[in-house]
Design a protein around this ligand. Sequence first.
Ligand code: PMV
Length: 333
Amino acid sequence: MNLTQNDVAAQLLAECMPDPVATFEAFAPVNIALCKYWGKRNATLNLPVNDSLSVALAGKGSTTRLTRLPNAGGDEVFLNGTAVDAGSRFHKKVVAHIDLFRATVPGFLRVETRNDVATGAGLASSASGFAALTRALSGLYGLQLDDEQLSILARLGSGSACRSIYNGFVRWHKGVRGDGMDSFARPLPESWPELRLGLLTLTGEAKKTGSREGMQRTVDSAILYGSWPEQARRDIARLEHAIVQRDFTLLGSTAEQNAMAMHATMLASWPPLLYWQPESVQALQKVWQLREDGVQVYATMDAGPNVKLLFERASAGDVYAAFPELELIIPFE
Ligand code: PMV
């Protein structure tokens, strides 16, 4: 049987006793994957082929305020203070996510979302956005869902959103069930106060091919994709080991190789998919030169042209000198 998103939501919400309030605000952080989620085993429910592992960007993400509109004829959506056109993709995605809850608590809402990062430029604003929206819906309706249930519901909006329910290091367990009730994220207990992330926003332009379409094309057409699940398995194990041992070289090298392997599968798709811009290649080459010069810095990239740097506090001065435009993030502040 092909389950719909509504079937899954109805199953999760069946035991809730709603106790709605008038308005509720929630925050969820952006997350950057060190082992990427790339490819779905079920596209309707966003069930992944592989486990993934991320780190949240503390304090950077989406803040979503929901207000119940007793007399309205539809949902009103605002992004960064501007009303979003009801015919737009963004509006439809937000309304579809609210619809998952609407059978439990009817009525329309005003949605006011603010993102701390550029929307649609590979900085995962959809992950923090759907996680914040899911948290806010649960709070507004007084549903008392636990984090694993929130993670499942956020995943229905955007796969990587299931990781944005938590701070710190987070692993998304792919699960094996057809209904995805075992496909949710959990936080790792370890922290890493010395860890630094650097965001290089090379272009804030929205990308042409979204990650949903990009993944599907890769799964459907790239023979090279056959090796991806094995790459992810190895890399998750290495990353967890690196985190427990605080082995930065192992963490950084594994994350960079994982990102390059993911992009290789895209390039091996047909038609080929390349999110990189000339500025992305320049940044990567600078990272590789810095490493040759003895600076421990690594790079990762998602479904967009922007490059994210990984380093430790001790290298921050050298990394800054090479990338003065860098936006510094301390994930475990
Ligand atoms: O959650 P989506 O559909 O936006 O996919 C995210 C895919 C990557 O950002 C490329 C990888 C990841 O694990 O975040």
